[in-house]
Design a protein around this ligand. Structure first.
Ligand code: FES
Length: 146
């Protein structure tokens, strides 16, 4: 288990130090802002959705290691997914980090499971995911984790 935990930490640190899919997406047709009022961290998500499929995803903003890694992993994992699949993934991730840390079939995103041991970090891990839901639902106002 220790090895696994180390691997998880390594992946999270890797995505924190070198986040994937950062920056503005000029041809995005869905965007949303997410905000964690507990720390003031913000993320802006840009999605390009065509015929119900997320063709591209990028994010920008400032956040802690978990929030940044989670946003990076999320953008990687939702590209090419249908909107309903991405929303189902959100439910799984939410259940994983708020529940018992069961990873189920979330693939690489299982690295976020360790967060369930740190309830105060759950909002960090889910910030980008709530923002993704807001973008897909075209919520015009910033979403918060509160
Ligand atoms: Fe702000 Fe994690 S401490 S999102």
């Amino acid at each position: 288990m220790t090895d696994l935990r180390e691997l998880y930490q390594e992946t999270i640190l890797d995505h924190y130090r070198q986040p994937r899919n950062t920056g503005r997406l000029d041809d995005a047709n869905r965007t949303a802002e997410g905000y964690n009022p507990l720390c003031g961290d913000k993320v802006t998500l840009y999605l390009k959705v065509e015929e119900g499929v997320i063709r591209d995803a990028r994010f920008e903003g400032s956040g802690c290691a978990i929030a940044t890694a989670s946003a990076s992993l999320m953008t990687e994992s939702i590209k090419g997914k249908r909107e309903d699949e991405a929303l189902r993934l959100l439910e799984k991730i939410h259940g994983m980090v708020t529940g018992g840390g069961q990873t189920g079939d979330v693939g690489k995103l299982a690295v976020l499971a360790g967060v369930h041991e740190f309830p105060q970090r759950v909002k960090c891990a889910t910030l980008a995911w709530h923002t993704m839901k807001a973008a897909l639902e075209n919520v015009g106002e910033p979403v918060t984790t509160e």
